[in-house]
Design a binder for this molecule. Structure first.
Ligand code: GAP
Length: 443
C-alpha cells in the first residue's frame, strides 16, 4: 500500500499537482507547493465546500479574518498552555526528535539510540511583527482559523442581523510547528482549513452535533469518496482537545492507515466564555423573544484542504490494464485514470485536433477551444497520437475530451468523449457548450 503512496506522489509531481517546496535548495521541512493542476483542484475543493456551507444555507455567512492576531487571543483560547502541545522525545545519540505517540518502539527509529523522557512541546508558530524583535512585538501565526471567527462573533451578529442558530464559515491558512511531519501533504506545518462554527442554544447542541456529523459525511460521499473508505471515529475522552466536550473524527482509509481528515467538535461555551473573561467584553447572546441571555454553544466542523486534496486524489486513482486505448503498444501498458468527481477535476474539457499536420483541423480545433473556454477550465493539446492524448487527460481526471476530425469540417460537429465510459458521441458545435454544461451540472 505504501507503493500506492509513491505512485500518487510521483503522479502529483509529474503532472503538476504538487511539488516539493524550494526544491532547488533541497526542499524545506515538509512544505509543498501546489502546481498548475493542483491549484485548480484545490480551488474546486474549496468552492465545493463554500457552496455547500454558504450558498446552501441562508443562515451561514462567510468570513476572511487575518492570520496575525493579538497574542492575547491565543492566551485566552488555551493554545499557549499544555493543551496545545505534543509530547516530544529526543534521541540521546543522534539528537533527532520524535512525537512520542508516533513511536512504535521505545527506541530511536533512526539509530536505535536511547530516548529522553517526554517533554511537552507547544505547537504554536511564533513570529515577530514590526521592526523590533522583542517581547512586545511577538505574536503567533494562527493554529486554527476558527479563532478569527470568535473574534468577529459580535461584528457578524450585529452587521448581518442574525439570530441563533447560525453559522460563520471560513477558509484559510493555519500553521503548527508539528514535531513529526509525514505522509506527503497529510501532516504539514502550513496547511489550509475549512471551518464552520455553528452557534446554537446550549440545549440544542447535541441535536446539531448529530446533524453536522451526518452532513459532513454526505459532503465527501456526494463528491465521490467511496463509502467503504470513510468512517466516523468517536474521540475517547482522554484524547479530546482542550476545548472540546465531544469530538468525532471523519477518517479516511489512507495507504498508511485510517487517519483523521476532519473533526466535528462540540466546543460548548469554551471559546466565547474564555474570550469574554480575558477581553472584558460580554460575548453573551441576548434572545429578544425569550429575554434569555446566554453563551451560545459552538458546534464546529473543521476540515483540512490539504487532507481533502490527498483523499480525493487517492480515492480517484485507478490503474487499468491495457484495454482502454485500442493500440497494440498501449494495450500492454497500465493506464492510470483519476476518476475525480467532475466538480473536483482540475481541467473539465480537453480539445484536440485528430491530427496536427492538417492546418484546417488545427484551425477548427482552436476555434472550438476559444468558443468553450469562457465556460469551463479547458486545455488544448495536439502533441502525440490521439490515444496518448486521451490517456494524458485520463491521468489527470479530465471528464471530457472534444475531438475535431474530418467530419467536423463538413458537418460542424465533434466527438465528445466521456472519461469514465469512454463512449464517444457526436455533438453539433453550436450545442457543445450547453451539452457539456448539462453533463457537468453547471448553470
Ligand atoms: N479548530 C479545530 C481544529 O483545528 P483539528 O482537529 O486540530 O481541529 C482540524 O484540525 C483539521 O485540520 C484536521 O482534521 C486536518 O484536516 C487539518 N489539520 C490539522 N493539522 C494539520 C496538519 N499538521 N497538516 C495538515 N492538515 C492538518
Amino acid at each position: 500500500m505504501q507503493d500506492l503512496m509513491q505512485k500518487i506522489i510521483s503522479l502529483a509531481k509529474r503532472r503538476g499537482f504538487v511539488f516539493p517546496s524550494s526544491e532547488i535548495y533541497g526542499g524545506f521541512g515538509s512544505s509543498y507547493d501546489f502546481g498548475p493542476l493542483g491549484v485548480e483542484m484545490k480551488n474546486n475543493i474549496k468552492k465545493a465546500w463554500w457552496d455547500e456551507m454558504i450558498k446552501n444555507h441562508e443562515n451561514i455567512v462567510g468570513l476572511d479574518a487575518a492570520i496575525l492576531m493579538n497574542p492575547k487571543v491565543w492566551q485566552a483560547s488555551g493554545h499557549l498552555t499544555a493543551g496545545f502541545a505534543d509530547e516530544l522525545v529526543e534521541c540521546k545519540k543522534c539528537h533527532h526528535r520524535f512525537r512520542k505517540d508516533f513511536l512504535e518502539k521505545g527506541e530511536c527509529p533512526d539509530c536505535g539510540g536511547e530516548l529522553t523522557s517526554p517533554q511537552k512541546f507547544n505547537l504554536m508558530m511564533k513570529t515577530f511583527v514590526g521592526s523590533v524583535e522583542d517581547k512586545a512585538s511577538e505574536t503567533y501565526l494562527r493554529a486554527e482559523t476558527c479563532q478569527g471567527i470568535y473574534m468577529n462573533f459580535e461584528n457578524v451578529l450585529d452587521s448581518m442581523r442574525l439570530k441563533i442558530p447560525f453559522g460563520i464559515a471560513q477558509i484559510g491558512k493555519s500553521f503548527r510547528n508539528e514535531i513529526t511531519t509525514k505522509d506527503f501533504i497529510y501532516r504539514v506545518r502550513e496547511f489550509e482549513q475549512m471551518e464552520m462554527q455553528w452557534f446554537c442554544h446550549p440545549k440544542e447542541a447535541d441535536k446539531f452535533f448529530d446533524h453536522w456529523k451526518s452532513e459532513r459525511m454526505k459532503w465527501y460521499l456526494n463528491l465521490g469518496i467511496r463509502k467503504e473508505n470513510i468512517r466516523f471515529k468517536e474521540v475517547p475522552k482522554e484524547e479530546l482537545a482542550h476545548y472540546a466536550k465531544r469530538a468525532v473524527d471523519l477518517e479516511y482509509n489512507f495507504p498508511f492507515g485510517w487517519k483523521e481528515i476532519e473533526g466535528i467538535h462540540n466546543r460548548g461555551d469554551w471559546d466565547l466564555s474564555n474570550h469574554s473573561k480575558h477581553s472584558g467584553q460580554d460575548l453573551k447572546y441576548f434572545d429578544d423573544e425569550t429575554k434569555e441571555k446566554y453563551y451560545p454553544h459552538i458546534i464546529e466542523t473543521s476540515a483540512g484542504v490539504d487532507r481533502s486534496f490527498l483523499t480525493f486524489l487517492i480515492d480517484a486513482y485507478q490503474e487499468i490494464e491495457g484495454a482502454r486505448t485500442k493500440t497494440t503498444k498501449a494495450a500492454k501498458e497500465v493506464e492510470i485514470v483519476l476518476k475525480l468527481d467532475k466538480k473536483i477535476a482540475p481541467i473539465k474539457v480537453a480539445v484536440f485536433p485528430l491530427v496536427k499536420n492538417k492546418p484546417e483541423l488545427v484551425k477548427k480545433s482552436k476555434e472550438i477551444f476559444e468558443l468553450i473556454k469562457p465556460y469551463f477550465m479547458c486545455l488544448y493539446d495536439e502533441a502525440d497520437s490521439i490515444g496518448r492524448r486521451y490517456r494524458r487527460q485520463d491521468e489527470i481526471g479530465t471528464p471530457f475530451a472534444v475531438t475535431c476530425d474530418f467530419e467536423t469540417l463538413e458537418k460542424e460537429d465533434v466527438t465528445l468523449r466521456d472519461r469514465d465510459t469512454m463512449k464517444q458521441e457526436r455533438v453539433k458545435i453550436k450545442d457543445l457548450a450547453e451539452t457539456i454544461k448539462n453533463k457537468l451540472n453547471v448553470s
